[in-house]
Design a binder for this molecule. Structure first.
Ligand code: EPZ
Length: 425
């Protein structure tokens, strides 16, 4: 069963600002690659072994979701051994889906392997409505009959049939759901306007190791030639580029000299460009990034957009960096309609931010002052950690269960390079 994680509902993080960061941090496996790859295990009766799986709340939730379907889910060393051979309940109940929208990623695999699925609609979330209409439209194009019944997506299909799908917008999990469904469909599927995120590529690599025939992952045109069945495999999850980027902004803000070991610089071009523009010095190796920050950062302008452009999951962290930078930075969020909730909390620490629609104008101040703040969503929490590392005095971040969803032992990793941060029950 899913392991109990350290985080508890009312935990807080307490930070004393002002320490420079020096040393080495090991980057964990990518949450947003691990989640779809865990769901890929549903596509075969064989065993799927997944290495480098981070110990996160969201991963534990996905483990619970598969276990309650009847799958075997076992934590072995740093990874998971998944066995969906005895799945007898192709369902994802509301009580689990409401805590993690990524649960919708079981829909495509269940439909492809079992011919039916009953998955709760995810409902809204803090950062936006986040509908799944593109997932449904694509599965219908593959021949699925889908209806919404009492808040559930009820889907069935004798056997999915390859088709050409053009999504109305770029959707990461939408692309992943359709790629997994198409892997077992009869014939060829082309997904146009596909998401190009590295996590989509990692999933495609895992599926191909399982016997799928996927080409074009990483481009906006993915071609899947359906096969009768998939077999087991062993796959190592890629490094988490958003965790890596979060540490880059922490060092750029606090100052110091840190090596991020196990990082994938090739998945972070837009972030590395912006960190360099902010004045930090970056050295990259094939599986490491060194950042040296000696001076106060310079303000940068950024505009989020689908990969390979600047990632929306790094927007909040850069707003914290801009808050203490020299100059004024303009931050534009084009992916989600309500992803500025961290701005209010940063202003409690003394940040000067003007919000106009999907644009935030951040006027850097010499220093922030510590205060009690509240995490509102996963990456907002990360931006408050970055701010707390540099604010004068003590910052207490409440509701850090948001943080525990997507960061493995963040306070331990930061303390190891000199930050003064502790978890308070
Ligand atoms: C994935 O979410 C990530 N989650 C998110 O990371 C990330 O912010 C997002 O992609 C964008 O990069 C996982 O991979 C598990 P989308 P996803 O479908 O797939 C709209 C984090 O912090 N849309 O690419 O749910 C949607 O509302 C999380 O780790 C539709 O309208 O995002 C949004 O505005 C947060 N209809 C935009 O498209 C659909 O059917 C992009 O959403 C699907 C999406």
């Amino acid at each position: 069963m899913a392991e109990r994680l350290t985080g508890r509902a009312m935990d807080k993080l307490v930070l004393q600002g002002g320490q420079r960061l020096n040393g080495e941090i090991a980057v964990s496996g990518a949450k947003n690659a691990a989640l779809p790859i865990i769901c890929a295990s549903l596509l075969t009766a064989d065993t799927l072994a997944v290495d480098n799986v981070p110990r996160l709340q969201d991963v534990a939730t996905m483990q619970r979701l598969l276990a309650q379907m009847g799958a075997g889910v076992e934590r072995v060393d740093g990874g998971l051994v998944l066995d969906a051979g005895r799945v007898d309940r192709p369902e994802a109940p509301y009580d689990l889906v409401k805590t993690m929208r990524a649960s919708v990623l079981v829909l495509g695999p269940l439909l492809a392997r079992f011919g039916n699925a009953r998955v709760s609609l995810p409902g809204g979330c803090a950062i936006g409505a986040r509908p799944v209409d593109q997932h449904i439209k694509g599965l219908q194009a593959l021949g699925a009959e889908i209806r919404i019944d009492h808040g559930y997506i009820v889907a069935k299909a004798r056997r999915l049939k390859g088709a050409r799908i053009v999504t109305d917008l770029v959707t990461v999990t939408g692309t992943e759901n359709l790629m997994m469904a198409a892997a077992l469909a009869d014939g060829e599927t082309v997904i146009e306007n596909a998401a190009r995120e590295p996590e989509v590529v990692d999933l495609a690599n895992c599926l191909n190791a399982m016997g799928a025939r996927i080409a074009g992952a990483g481009s906006d045109r993915i071609v899947v030639r359906g096969v009768e069945r998939l077999h087991g495999a062993r796959h190592r999850v890629m490094a988490d580029r958003i965790e890596t980027g979060t540490f880059l902004t922490a060092v750029a803000a606090a100052g110091g000299d840190v090596v991020l070991a196990g990082a994938r610089p090739d998945t972070l071009d837009a972030v590395i460009d912006k960190i360099t523009e902010a004045g930090a010095r970056i050295e990259v190796g094939p599986d490491r990034i060194r950042i040296v920050a000696r001076r106060r950062p310079r303000a940068v302008n950024l505009r989020t957009a689908p990969y390979p452009a600047f990632p929306t999951d790094m927007q909040a962290q850069f707003m914290a960096l801009n808050a203490v930078a020299d100059g004024t930075g303009v931050v534009t969020e084009t992916i989600f309609e309500n992803r500025f909730m961290h701005a209010q909390e940063l202003m409690r620490l003394g940040a000067q931010i003007e919000i106009e629609g999907n644009t935030a104008v951040v006027k850097g101040v010499r220093s922030l002052t510590g205060a009690n703040v509240m995490a509102t969503d996963l990456r907002a929490s990360a931006s408050l950690v970055v701010a707390g590392l540099v604010a004068d005095g003590e910052t207490v971040i409440d509701r850090i269960y948001h943080l525990d969803r997507g960061y493995e032992s963040l306070e331990t990793k930061l303390s190891a390079v000199g930050a003064r941060v502790t978890r308070r029950r």
